[in-house]
Write a protein that binds this ligand. Structure first.
Ligand SMILES: *[C@@H]1O[C@H](CO)[C@@H](O)[C@H](O)[C@H]1NC(C)=O
Ligand SMILES: *[C@@H]1O[C@H](CO)[C@@H](O)[C@H](O)[C@H]1NC(C)=O
Ligand SMILES: *[C@@H]1O[C@H](CO)[C@@H](O)[C@H](O)[C@H]1NC(C)=O
Ligand SMILES: *[C@@H]1O[C@H](CO)[C@@H](O)[C@H](O)[C@H]1NC(C)=O
Ligand SMILES: *[C@@H]1O[C@H](CO)[C@@H](O)[C@H](O)[C@H]1NC(C)=O
Ligand SMILES: *[C@@H]1O[C@H](CO)[C@@H](O)[C@H](O)[C@H]1NC(C)=O
Ligand SMILES: [Zn+2]
Length: 936
């Protein structure tokens, strides 16, 4: 046995590290890892945070080389390298910035030879970061703290559990052994092959060799968890849901929906799950930083993403659960079987997972009436367009190298825009059947390997109807345009006699230099006299980067209106000229049902964003202001569908954050909104609960929470009465009313100390994660600054039991809920800067986020006080000063907005003979009648 030396090169200046240094050369090709880990007893009593490991990597080289580069973030590594016959001596040099260890061999390694590299090491569990191999804790019923160890490797943390080539393209098989205290439960990607007892009260479980897979998909968990097994996925392929035993009754829903969701995906992809993995376990982890993780055969979740209580968990959480499970299950094919070659193409994993989490679930028996394809549009397409509206928005394909850059690829663009583009390809260009053929071709040609976008285009191109492409253009050219460049277009529609002119322009929220970009835009449209309205989503015309305009000759010879982008299947906004918009608004008033519900939602969302951009000097400032938006919104007084209201409330949130709920203009606006909400409010009375009707329940939760927040009196008294019943008589609040009732009972409380304490007491009594979050949200609605600051303090006080994973939620419930909440957050930071900064490492971004909720002058002074705090770091002082600058601009800017509100509502009042806005229901009816008169 030769001696290996271990050199730690610590002093590497960051500036000397180039981005290419973060990537491995493609010279080493691992085929198998044998990983052996020991987790000592004391880890499970909180007395040790170290584990020991040994890993043997079998590999070949693709060219003669004297270097092996691999990732590691462990300690005390000792390397031994050997080929079949003998040991080869190695030295190593570690770079702690890139986390790459470079091993040098005395003689060159050659192709065609199989090498084994054995590494022994130890490492410290992560305790707060919730990544790599880390410790999570929870309180058992008898009050004892239980410890468990679990993993989160994506994107770059497998190296923390074992040295490896930690990039997705280096796929290998894994044989994992875990040595842990006898009596605990160990879970891995595959089934346990053998158990042996080890001295000292340990058991060693060795798992079946996995299929060929990427390092980031490996997972293992050692805990006192128990599991519930329901139906198998297929004969011999079990499905289980595991959690701490206390939550045994909350697993039922996940147990029921798991197998049918996997089978839906099997029938879409044409590939059986069991072909590659022998089982599926889904596990709820008490401390978890992401939402969930698609480890192959061992999917992990936040508890809120997997555990469901029939009586207490709301329909919103239920839908979220179904979507998250469907998302992770989609990854079993898109991500696990076929993997993006590098994180530049994260959208190949995440875009598909986001797409099928809706569209595969939509074909599953349990969710047929959930209208998931509609939720997709307002939840994914609308949010993608917004995130994609700045000059610096990320491209779908963009370079990343270091771990910060890699993490930044896991955001709205890769997920929401990726999914939206896939939907455009499916509905506008290929059609659903061809799309499935293309997908199957892609999966079967690339299984067990890494892919680039080109591989997907190649498969899709085999099935694209030529007539659906722009003249003499390939599918690849069309799609490269969408993934290589950021942004998206707005299609401007103008009428000229009976002709309609379409022109594209890039949509930007504020002025920018790269506004000239143009896209391949698949145009679909519906005319008022079309018989099959909106259902045909196959492209009819193309706008292209070269031909930015198209004339639809005579389109309006028999029609009053034209609406583009049927069901918002294309990834673009649409702006109509005044004549066309007026005609559309008329139609919305006379019979809004003549226009597809998703197009109604698009018209609202687009209008709000056009006005926002117009006020920013971005898109069409000369044309769009908020008064125009309000004109569009007037039709809502007879809108009772969830989706247009969803889009409206997103727009309202933006507006009200800028002008303030409690400003004079804010009050005018919420009164106006309440008159429009009268009818939809009547469709979801507090008394009528219908938990089996998913969309109804979501609509009820959305509408009631806003009607109360906007100050409607009957709503507030309902909320207060239901809460009082709970407080005085222990009558539980119905699950879908909880958010509304907790929040508004506290917001409008007559005795805030009593009500706050009561709800906090309920928090200490419950173990259910969805209930805990709902209570945090309710507490955050309090208007008492002292209590709010106390709540914020509890996020860094271990005895309060608020988990690190919930820190950001609790804070945002406070600073987004009201002006008092924003003020409480600013004051808390000022008064407790040192403690907060010690406990939380992103105080800087917290400050700038909170400052985004400032809307009046006296709040600016709070920023001054913070900036003048002598303890504050220079970096944070800069952040505060920048935040102040931008808040000042926002306040200035909001003056225009306020003018829009006042001007519009004055005109409106004038037309109505001076009708007074009121928050009481009687007046709302009166105003509503007037409103109808005014409109026609
Ligand atoms: C913790 O466990 C490691 C690994 O088994 C061992 O080397 C170390 O001595 C232990 N430390 C303590 C404080 O028990
Ligand atoms: C040995 O490997 C180095 C790179 O590590 C390479 O430059 C050199 O050409 C190789 N030598 C032989 C003899 O192949
Ligand atoms: C392990 O190594 C890291 C740096 O790679 C170091 O920060 C840490 O203190 C080491 N831990 C132990 C227990 O030696
Ligand atoms: C508490 O309960 C757990 C799990 O049931 C058990 O392992 C532990 O020994 C109990 N602790 C005490 C102090 O009773
Ligand atoms: C190994 O032990 C675990 C319990 O610790 C048990 O569930 C499993 O069935 C055993 N597997 C084998 C192959 O013995
Ligand atoms: C990673 O890249 C970002 C931006 O590209 C840079 O700001 C940061 O310093 C880099 N981090 C390291 C550790 O090189
Ligand atoms: Zn995902």
């Amino acid at each position: 046995m030769g001696v290996s030396r271990h050199l730690l090169l610590i002093l590497i200046s960051v500036s000397l590290v180039h981005s290419e240094d973060f990537r491995l050369p493609e010279t080493v090709s691992p085929s198998k890892y044998v990983v052996d880990l020991l987790i000592p007893h004391e880890v499970f009593t909180g007395d040790n945070t170290t584990f020991e490991g040994e890993v043997t990597m079998t590999f070949t080289v693709t060219e003669s080389t004297s270097q092996i580069k691999l990732h590691q973030r462990v300690n005390g590594t000792r390397y031994t390298l050997f080929n079949e016959d003998e040991e080869i001596s190695v030295t190593n040099e570690y770079n702690s910035v890139t986390e790459i260890d470079t091993l040098s061999t005395a003689t060159n390694l050659t192709t065609g030879v199989s090498y084994n590299l054995r590494t022994t090491y130890y490492a410290t569990f992560e305790s707060t970061a919730m990544k790599g191999f880390y410790i999570s804790t929870y309180k058992q019923e008898n009050g004892t703290i239980a410890y468990l160890v679990t993993t989160q490797f994506q994107p770059t943390s497998a190296r923390h559990a074992f040295p490896c080539l930690d990039e997705p393209q280096y796929k290998a098989t894994f044989v994992i052994s875990l040595t842990y205290p006898d009596g605990l439960t160990a879970l891995g990607n595959t089934n346990i092959k053998s158990n042996t007892t080890v001295d000292g009260g340990y058991i060693k479980s060795t798992y079946e060799e996995t299929t060929t897979m990427s390092t980031y998909l490996i997972a293992f968990i050692i805990s006192e968890f128990t599991c519930t097994e329901g139906d198998t996925i297929a004969s011999g392929v079990p499905h289980r849901v595991c959690s701490r035993d206390e939550e045994v009754n909350e697993r039922k829903f996940a147990v029921e929906i798991g197998p049918p969701l996997l089978r839906s995906l099997e029938s879409i992809t044409g590939i059986k799950f069991g072909e590659y993995m022998p089982k599926m376990d889904q596990v709820a982890i008490p401390d978890f930083s992401a939402g969930a993780m698609e480890n192959w055969g061992l999917v992990t979740y936040r508890e809120t993403g997997l555990l469901y209580n029939e009586e207490d968990t709301s329909s919103n959480y239920k839908k979220n659960l179904a979507l998250v499970v469907a998302h992770e299950f989609t990854h079993m094919w898109f991500g696990n079987l076929v993997t993006c070659k590098w994180w530049d193409y994260t959208f190949l994993n995440e875009g598909f997972a986001r797409f099928y989490q809706y569209f595969a679930a939509a074909t599953t028996q349990q969710f047929l009436d959930w209208q998931l394809e509609k939720h997709f549009v307002v939840e994914q397409v609308h949010t993608a367009l917004l995130a994609d509206s700045t000059a610096t928005a990320q491209e779908l394909t963009s370079k990343c190298a270091n771990s910060t850059e890699v993490s930044a690829k896991f955001g709205t663009i890769s997920y929401n825009k990726g999914a939206s583009i896939f939907r455009m390809i499916e509905t506008n260009i290929l059609g659903p059947i061809n799309f499935v053929y293309g997908i199957r071709d892609y999966l079967s040609l690339n299984q067990l390997t890494g892919t680039e976008p080109q591989d997907l285009w190649t498969s899709l191109a085999k099935f694209v109807p030529a007539s659906n492409l722009p003249a003499s253009t390939t599918l690849e050219a069309v799609l490269e345009n969408w993934v290589e460049y950021n942004g998206h277009p707005v299609v401007k529609v103008s009428v000229n006699g009976n002709d309609v002119d379409l022109t594209q322009e890039r949509f930007l929220l504020s002025s920018a230099t790269n506004s000239e970009r143009a896209y391949y835009v698949p145009i679909t449209y519906t005319l008022s006299n079309d018989t099959s309205k909106f259902s045909n989503t196959t492209v009819k015309e193309w706008l292209t980067p070269k031909e930015k305009s198209v004339l639809l000759e005579g389109a309006l010879s028999n029609s009053d209106w034209i609406i583009l982008n049927n069901r918002q299947s294309g990834y673009y906004r649409v702006d109509y000229d005044d004549t066309l918009r007026t005609n559309i608004i008329s139609q919305l008033h006379s019979n809004h049902l003549a226009i597809d519900v998703l197009n109604r939602a698009q018209i609202i969302s687009d209008s709000y964003n056009f006005a926002r951009a117009g006020r920013n000097g971005g898109y069409a400032p000369e044309k769009w202001n908020f008064q125009k938006v309000f004109h569009v919104l007037t039709y809502l007084h007879h809108e009772v569908d969830y989706f247009p209201w969803y889009a409206t409330i997103i727009g309202n949130n933006y507006l009200l954050t800028r002008i303030g709920y409690d400003s004079e203009e804010g009050k005018l606006f919420t009164s106006f909104m309440l008159t429009l909400m009268k009818e939809v409010y009547n469709t979801v009375p507090f008394e009528t609960l219908d938990p089996n009707n998913q969309v109804y329940s979501m609509k009820q939760a959305l509408i009631l929470s806003k009607v109360c927040q906007y100050g409607e009196e009957t709503c507030i008294s309902y909320a207060k009465n239901i809460f009082a019943e709970y407080r005085e008589n222990g009558t539980k609040v119905p699950k879908d009313l909880k958010t509304t009732v907790y929040c508004n009972a506290l917001r409008y409380s007559d005795d805030i100390n009593r009500d706050y304490e009561f709800l906090w007491e309920k928090y200490t009594e419950t173990d259910l994660s969805t209930e805990i979050i709902t209570i945090y949200q309710g507490l955050g609605c309090s208007q008492d600054i002292t209590l709010l600051k106390q709540l914020l303090g509890q996020t860094i006080d271990e005895t309060a039991g608020i988990r690190t994973q919930d820190f950001a939620n609790v804070w945002s419930y406070v600073y987004t809920s009201s002006k008092n909440g924003t003020n409480a957050a600013l004051e808390y930071i000022t008064e407790n800067y040192v403690e907060l900064n010690d406990a939380y490492d992103s105080v800087g971004s917290l400050i700038s986020t909170i400052a985004g909720y400032i809307y009046d002058e006296d709040q600016l002074e709070k920023l001054d006080v913070l900036a003048n705090n002598e303890k504050i770091s220079d970096a944070h002082k800069t952040i505060v000063n920048n935040a102040k600058k931008s808040a000042t601009e926002t306040i200035q800017w909001a003056k225009n907005l306020k003018e829009d509100v006042v001007t519009f509502l004055k005109e409106y009042e004038g037309e109505n003979g001076g009708a007074k806005m009121s928050k009481s229901s009687f007046a709302i009816v009166a105003v509503l009648l007037l409103l109808q008169k005014w409109l026609f």
